[in-house]
Design a protein around this ligand. Structure first.
Ligand code: GRF
Length: 212
């Protein structure tokens, strides 16, 4: 039986769409959003994926929202919860509940530039290389064991939007690739770090610009 995932989104869902389009050996049991207006919900629905909304604005506390979200997720009994542009910070209880079963993509080369506005942060810092990171989620925001990273150059004349678009193209390749490794049972945790079983370096946990 294929392993089951639930994808959490808050917005347009382009990473979700890339995951759905990749023909991965897994079942997307549901797509859940904290915002009813998230564009990705329609995309998922059009592909026959069950969708749900748990609107955080309807809950008085973060703990109450997380509990409701957990219930909505666990209804599908997923082996992995995939964050794809899900813009809420979780309680430690939520993270503990999905320990080693919660994965995220962040638009920077972590540990550089955690948090929001990563492309603006990268431009302000003057880095020459930027990118994205797929990582397991721990209590510390935008930290946790790294599965894979993709790098892009920062070019002179770059704006936040140009850089974001360059990184996003990599995200759409990197996230499905990392999820394929997970679905194939190739991710192993060793001393807090992730090893990917397989042939290297060609199967690339570091994706270089020319591959994007
Ligand atoms: C992506 O850049 C992702 O890395 C970040 O939020 C953005 C979501 O975009 N966490 P999309 O909704 O997948 O298009």
């Amino acid at each position: 039986m294929k392993p089951r995932i639930v994808i959490l989104i808050s917005g347009r869902g382009s990473n979700m769409a890339a995951i759905l389009a990749a023909g991965l050996p897994l079942e997307v049991a549901a797509v859940i959003s904290n915002l009813p207006e998230a564009g990705g919900l329609e995309l998922a629905d059009a592909q026959g994926i069950p969708t749900a909304v748990v609107d955080h604005r309807a809950y008085a506390t973060r703990a109450a929202f997380d509990a409701a979200l957990m219930a909505a997720i666990d209804r599908h009994d997923p082996q992995l919860v995939v964050l794809a542009g899900f813009m809420r910070i979780f309680t430690p209880e939520f993270v503990a509940h999905y320990r080693a079963r919660l994965i995220n993509i962040h638009p920077s080369l972590l540990p550089a530039f955690p948090g929001l506005h990563t492309h603006r942060q990268a431009l302000a810092a003057g880095v020459r290389i930027h990118g994205c990171t797929v990582h397991f989620v721990t209590d510390e925001l935008d930290h946790g064991p790294i599965v894979a990273q993709a790098a892009v150059p920062v070019l002179s004349g770059d704006t936040e939007d140009l850089l974001a678009a360059r990184v996003l193209r990599c995200e759409h390749v990197l996230y499905p690739r990392a999820l394929r490794w997970w679905a194939e049972g190739r991710l192993h945790q060793d001393d807090g770090r992730i090893a990917v079983e397989g042939k290297f370096p060609s199967s690339g946990t570091l994706m270089a610009p020319e591959e994007a």
